[in-house]
Design a protein around this ligand. Structure first.
Ligand SMILES: Cc1ncc(COP(=O)(O)O)c(C=O)c1O
Length: 393
């Protein structure tokens, strides 16, 4: 009998998905199936409604009054590339932090090679960003600050509101990578003050992979945001030029409607659970996990180690065994799905002092339980004891 899976890899993608997600996707495939906005028949109109409902659901969740300001993309990476490539170019300066995911760092490094100046502001070894350091990095030619809302390695919540105030005071834009935060915490765009926000559908929003998007705020000049792709939109079909209005300017080609049907269901399910309550439950599980791991000799928990300052993403090192081996043993002996290594964030691991080996990461989700956390702690204690016994022989 295979071991039951204890899924602690929700920062990679959430699982299991709430049942309404799969049901909505099956319903779309079985009963609608058509291309949205391309034809006048009822199935096409219904498909367009599915897309619009997903847009409304995400806009509602983010406190955005105009759903057309939500652009759907394949994932957060696509949304970040759209914003970075669309806004930056030679002669400009962009500021980011040393806790970013490669979906921010790689496009920035490529833009740097093409002539955009880049400053990476150092965070503390706990992964904490000082907003004053961001302000000090600004130059007259800085046009954009880009930063994560929450670290995917240690879950640290970043001071986005403070940086948004700095961006406004210096008349520049702020792009936030909300891949980990949207759905995991209440995010209100008005309150956050960020001009652009990339989100993903397949993590805390509980939707399927292949969904995500970009919120584009009113301070962004749409005419100066270049689309990553151009093509058919179902609108302005008499013209061979890309439409210049939202959301069509940035949504060419047939959309992932089956995915968006699932995304809408995921968002609605999440709202029904009461996001505030979810967060407080996850926070107490995170505190329990940190506490349990911290007591194990040989284990070093990274980050702030304060559940009120982070998402339910906990990274640690374990003296002795190779981390790949730890991941394999967690899976094979305990049925625990976790992620070990660098988590697509080499710069964050350099900041935390865990480069190049990385960490073991447990990431909880909306369906994680106290039993999951206790099993994880027991499993790590077992592996740590096993290592000590082997070393003492
Ligand atoms: C902080 C952060 N940014 C961006 C991404 C990329 O998200 P996606 O898989 O939706 O492209 C991830 C995914 O792990 C992430 O954790």
């Amino acid at each position: 009998m295979p071991l039951p899976v204890t899924y602690l890899d929700n920062a990679a993608t959430s699982w299991p998905k709430p049942p309404p997600v799969g049901q909505a996707m099956m319903r779309f495939l079985d009963e609608v199936g058509a291309n949205p906005g391309r034809s006048g028949h009822r199935l096409s109109i219904e498909a367009a409604r599915v897309v619009y409902r997903a847009r409304e659901a995400v806009a509602g969740l983010l406190g955005v009054a105009d759903p057309m300001r939500i652009i759907f993309c394949a994932n957060a990476t696509h949304a970040l590339n759209l914003a970075l490539r669309g806004l930056l170019g030679p002669g400009q300066h962009v500021v980011t932090t040393s806790m970013e995911h490669n979906s921010v760092m790689r496009p920035l490094r490529a833009l740097e090679a093409e002539g955009t100046a880049l400053t990476v502001v150092e965070c503390s070894p706990e992964g904490v960003l000082d907003p004053a350091a961001v302000e000090r990095a600004l130059r007259p030619e800085t046009t954009l600050i880009v930063m994560t809302h929450a670290s995917n390695v240690v879950g640290t919540l970043m001071p986005v509101r403070e940086v948004a105030e700095i961006a406004r005071a210096h008349d520049m834009l702020l792009l936030v990578d909300g891949a980990q935060s949207v759905g995991a915490l209440p995010v209100d765009m008005e309150e956050l003050g960020s001009d652009l926000l990339a989100f993903t559908g397949h993590k805390a929003l509980c939707g399927p992979t292949g969904t995500g998007g970009l919120f584009i705020g009113e301070r962004v000049d749409i005419a100066r945001l270049d689309p990553l792709t151009r093509g058919g939109t179902g609108s302005n079909s008499e013209s061979d030029l890309q439409p210049d209005f939202l959301p069509d300017k940035f949504e060419s080609g047939t959309m992932n409607v089956v995915g968006l049907a699932g995304l809408e269901a995921g968002v609605r399910w999440m709202i029904d659970q009461n996001p505030e309550e979810l967060r407080s439950r996850e926070r107490s599980l995170t505190a329990r996990l940190i506490e349990g791991l911290r007591e194990i000799p040989g284990v070093e928990v990274k980050g702030t180690q304060d559940a009120s300052k982070q998402l339910p993403v906990v990274s640690f090192t374990l003296a002795g065994p190779d981390l790949g081996e730890v991941g394999r043993r967690l899976d094979e002996k305990f049925g625990i799905a976790a992620r070990v290594g660098l988590h697509c964030s080499p710069v964050a691991h350099q900041t935390l002092g865990t480069f190049p080996t990385g960490t073991v990461r447990f990431s909880l989700g909306a369906l994680s339980t106290r039993e999951d956390v206790d099993l994880a702690v027991r499993a790590v204690r077992h592996l740590a004891e096993e290592t000590r016994m082997r070393d003492s022989r």
